[in-house]
Design a protein around this ligand. Structure first.
Ligand code: PRX
Length: 682
């Protein structure tokens, strides 16, 4: 499956210096280890597990599973019988055993240049223990779910690891999601507590986060699910009225316009609670398959799925992928620009780097604020060696040319990475030659919230790169390409990307709905985990992800389901029916093109269009704001009444070749839609 030798032509090789210090310095070594990881998983992962602390050892097989729905319930178990605590492995082990107490865990860089701070491993451990005691004082116990809705601040990491320390299950909701989305997620995972912050800035835009959190809690109450307590961190405000506490944010960050409503029955001040809390907290020893966290991802039915990851397998997988894919070395300064509210931030800001005792940059701001050089300024400021971002950010910065990049030296950079969507070769080339000065390999990492960590990716010193290809599987991962009938294709081919067996970090279930887990990932092709992505394999055996082949859209690296946006639109009283399709976008990758049929008697105008955009933003969040809305008095349907999305996609892209439309009930509808198609975004 993996070629014996890497191709020599039409590929990019990493430089010799990097090979010298690399964990996996050649393609041959990668292949040898890969075969071992597949044939002897117990031996392969067992050796890795030795580096971590286990209170009790595992019994039985290292990985036990059923991937075939026809043979019974789907399950995956890793290191059953072992007990450990991930927080202990990330912090105590590094501070006490590895003597990394004084090492910097995070360089925090705020939205505003000059607003920064550092946190060592010892300080992080102390804060986490204190906050773990705060959670306990509020009655949070092992297995309880805690919702976290916070900006990119060190306290977000503290909150998540404090949950982990006491065996509580965190459910982080990206702070760009709406109150409605937060409410939906709190109720779905039955969270007993919310942790939030007063507000934050994204560039020059103030986000009143506490207002949104309160709105979400009100919605929860209205739906009969009162959340008892909400702990608020003061990031921008002085003391809320009536609360005693000592710590206020630095004067330069304090924002007088911030609105911080305070409900003494529910609200608690982070700082006052921390002042009272001891910094000693014995970790709760958890079973390997105890839940670790829930993270929601879009589902094709419209309702988000609570992806559940468990303790031991996730730890091993996040740690190993981080170490090998970024070729982590002790003196590295690593920077992942993702938000912790997404899986990339979970695995590659918190868990993977801390498990390796790494020093990371934690950045609150935007790549374009205060100007488009900000990323490179930060790279030079902290001498970043490994840099990980999304193709959408690269395409955005590419628009401004090389000058803002070349204002900074970037000499420290060694490895570059991308994640979240296919990277087009043009953006790859720019990243490689302008940002990396032709010196740094690019790891194009394909993975999903569900996979827990990278599953298809180059290794920087081992895998010759092809721009736009995620190359080969990571250790323990066995990909296949299937045709529509579920047959495995050999050699150069294109079809459904599936995996044949689990790796330690794969999700275990959809929280509260195992049947949905089985239906979504295992029923279409029994015996395989179905990614939902299309994939091509070339003559050299390289894999090329071609994008989603279900009703999902990838906007700026964020997955959205068309059904989710459609249901937000039809909730508006003026909309009778809606159909949403993807239209390619030069920066965001894909954009949302929405067709709406209005209810009888309602006139379409700009004010209504603005209302519809607002409606979607309020229901889901700003990431789902429609780019195009077209008034569609009729939608192309089959005679049995099914909307022909294939035809709508052609209209959105102005492609006149519609293919076979013999099942179309009324072709005049299509002509009308073509005539009135949107040409520009709002
Ligand atoms: O379509 C693939 C795309 O992002 C999807 C997963 O999205 P999410 O669960 O939000 O996780 C994003 C961060 C891991 C995949 O099904 N995707 C992710 N990485 C790549 C990619 N598509 C192509 N190339 C990638 N490197």
């Amino acid at each position: 499956m993996i070629p014996d030798q890497a191709p020599k032509e039409d590929v990019f090789h990493c430089n010799e210096d990097l090979k010298k210090e690399s964990h996996i310095p050649s393609f041959e070594r990668y292949k040898e280890l890969y075969i071992n990881s597949i044939e002897n998983p117990d031996e392969f992962w067992g050796a890795i597990a030795k580096d971590f602390f286990w209170k009790t050892k595992h019994t039985g097989r290292f990985l036990d599973y059923n991937f075939d729905v026809t043979k019974g319930e789907i399950f995956i178990k890793c290191m059953e019988g072992a007990t450990t605590n991930i927080c202990y492995n990330l912090l105590d082990r590094n501070v006490h055993e590895k003597k990394l107490g004084d090492k910097i865990a995070f360089f925090w860089e705020g939205n505003e240049p000059g607003d920064d701070l550092t946190v060592t491993y010892r300080e992080l451990l102390q804060k986490v223990c204190q906050f773990a005691n705060v959670l306990k004082s509020q009655g949070v116990k092992k297995g309880d779910r805690v919702s976290i809705y916070m900006p990119m601040v060190v306290e977000l990491v503290v909150a998540m690891l404090a949950c982990v320390r006491i065996g509580a299950v965190h459910s982080i909701v990206f702070a760009g999601f709406s109150a409605e989305s937060l409410c939906e997620r709190i109720i779905d995972s039955q969270c007993s507590l919310l942790i939030t912050a007063d507000g934050f800035y994204r560039g020059d835009k103030l986000i009143n986060l506490k207002l949104l959190a309160d709105e979400a809690l009100q919605k929860c109450r209205d739906k009969g699910f009162p959340v008892k307590k909400s702990i608020m961190l003061k990031h921008l405000s002085k003391e809320p009225e009536g609360v005693v506490g000592s710590q206020s944010p630095p004067a330069k960050r304090v924002c007088p316009d911030l609105e911080v409503p305070w409900n003494p029955d529910v609200d608690l001040c982070w700082h006052s609670l921390m002042k009272e809390a001891s910094d000693q907290c014995e970790p709760e020893w958890c079973e390997s398959e105890d839940p670790l966290f829930i993270l929601y991802t879009s589902g094709s039915t419209g309702k988000p799925k609570g992806v559940l990851h468990t303790v031991s397998g996730y730890l091993l997988y996040a740690a190993t992928t981080f170490k090998l894919v970024f070729d982590h070395q002790n003196d590295d300064v690593y920077w992942c620009t993702a938000d912790i509210g997404w899986i990339t931030g979970h695995s590659y800001i918190t868990y993977g780097p801390l498990a390796n005792g790494a020093t990371s940059v934690l950045f609150e701001g935007l790549p374009t604020y205060p100007d488009v050089s900000r990323m490179w300024e930060i790279v030079d400021k902290y001498r970043v060696t490994k840099f990980y971002t999304a193709p959408t950010a690269i395409r955005l910065l590419m628009k401004y040319g090389s000058e803002p990049v070349q204002k900074y030296k970037r000499k420290s950079l060694k490895v570059l990475g991308t994640v979240g969507e296919p990277i087009n070769p043009e953006a790859w080339q720019w990243y490689y030659s302008v940002v990396g000065d032709g010196r740094c390999p690019i790891v194009d990492t394909f993975w999903q919230t569900e996979t827990g960590g990278h599953v298809m990716t180059p290794l920087p010193a081992a895998t010759p790169m092809k721009p736009g290809s995620a190359t080969f599987p990571f250790f323990g991962v066995v990909p296949a390409i299937l045709n529509e009938s579920g047959e495995e294709l050999e050699g150069p081919s294109e079809g459904y990307l599936v995996f044949k067996q689990p790796w330690p970090g794969v999700m275990r279930t959809v929280y509260g709905n195992h049947e949905r887990f089985e239906t979504t990932y295992f029923k279409k092709f029994p015996g395989y985990y179905v990614t939902g992505d299309g994939c091509r394999r070339d003559k050299d055996g390289y894999y090329w992800i071609t994008g989603r082949i279900d009703d999902m859209l990838n906007v700026s690296g964020h997955l959205l389901s068309t059904a989710e946006v459609e249901s937000a639109l039809v909730e508006h009283k003026a909309v009778a029916e809606a159909a949403v399709v993807s239209r390619p976008h030069p920066v965001k990758g894909e954009s949302l093109y929405c067709f709406v049929t209005l209810t009888d008697g309602v006139a379409y105008n700009q004010a209504l269009e603005a209302e519809l955009r607002k409606q979607v933003r309020e229901k889901i969040g700003a990431i789902a704001t429609p780019d195009y809305i077209q008034n569609a008095p009729g939608l192309p349907k089959t005679r049995s009444g099914k909307i022909m999305r294939r035809v709508l996609r052609k209209i959105a892209c102005d492609e006149k070749d519609l293919g076979d439309v013999s099942t179309l009930a009324d072709s005049s509808v299509v002509e009308e839609l073509f005539r009135n198609r949107c040409r520009t975004t709002a």
